[in-house]
Design a protein around this ligand. Structure first.
Ligand code: UDP
Ligand code: MN
Length: 263
């Protein structure tokens, strides 16, 4: 039991369930040998939950946690992200010895099982502040002790950005300086914003991308991102996301109304 390993994601709404579905399908497409697990909150509809059950090995219900930190979240321009504190529950999955957390807005482009060779806490730099890690992709070891310490840290210090990333970065504060093996290459968490801020680097290295992260308020499943005339590289990733989403038409229960629009 203690040797089991899993990819873990989180969905607290029916639209993030669409994202979670793509995480699982893209992991399977590339032949992962690990379990694939999703944490959902009780408000997720029965229909979405059933759809997730068809693609995940385990669907685990967890309580909602919200930082309630409106001030920092408004500085971040993302009032909705307090709920990402719910992510911290991933440390309770002690039926697994090691896990890789993937945000529900990621898309896996090839087999990334080698991530399990890394230790807690391994993650890639955040494009906005590279001395912080981005918490959309990270390697961790489930532990009730760590979970408890994280909750205690949150209670005492809150989170400097109001979301899970601020909390995790202040808890794993040695990450920027201590151990380079815990720095995942950026290609494991390639965010859309890097295309805009450093296009030549994307042209040079982008073909090696392993995990794309649709970071920011525009998600592939949101109608505005579908209509956007924007950046062609990003559009390619967005259409790849849709192809993955539609790759199994029967599991459409997590669909939202935007889904019915034509592309
Ligand atoms: N999430 C969720 N419901 C929400 C917001 C976030 O389930 O309402 C989860 C989901 O797994 C998501 C992660 O928390 O991928 C982090 O949020 P998001 O990806 O939107 O943040 P970003 O990467 O854009 O900073
Ligand atoms: Mn994300």
């Amino acid at each position: 039991m203690s040797g089991r390993e899993a990819f873990v994601t989180l969905a607290t709404t029916n639209s993030y369930c669409m994202g979670a579905t793509v995480v699982a399908r893209s992991l399977r497409r590339h032949g992962t040998t690990r379990s694939i697990v999703v944490m959902v909150t009780p408000n997720v509809s029965e229909q979405s939950r059933l759809a997730l059950q068809s693609v995940f090995d385990e669907v685990i219900t967890v309580d909602v946690m919200d930082s309630g930190d409106r001030l920092n979240l408004s500085l971040l321009g993302r009032p909705e992200l307090g709920i990402t504190f719910t992510k911290i529950h991933c440390w309770t999955l002690t039926q697994y010895s090691k896990c890789v957390f993937l945000d529900a807005d990621t898309l896996v482009l090839c087999n990334v099982d080698e991530l399990f060779h890394r230790d807690e806490l391994s993650a890639a730099p955040d494009p906005g502040w590279p001395d912080c890690f981005n918490s959309g992709v990270f390697v961790f070891r489930p532990s009730l002790h760590t979970h408890h310490r994280l909750l205690e840290h949150a209670r005492q210090h809150g989170s400097f950005d109001g979301g899970d990333q601020g909390l995790l970065n202040s808890f794993f504060s040695g990450w920027p300086v201590e151990d380079i093996s815990k720095h995942l290459p950026f290609i494991y968490n390639l965010s859309a914003s890097s295309l805009y801020s450093y296009l030549p680097a994307f042209q040079q290295f982008g073909h090696d991308a392993k995990i794309v992260h649709f970071l920011g308020s525009e998600k592939p499943w949101s109608s505005s991102s579908r209509r956007e005339g924007g950046h062609s590289h990003m559009e390619q990733f967005v259409s790849l996301w849709w192809r993955e989403y539609r790759s199994n038409t029967e599991a459409s229960a997590a669909e939202t109304p935007q889904q019915t629009q034509t592309k």
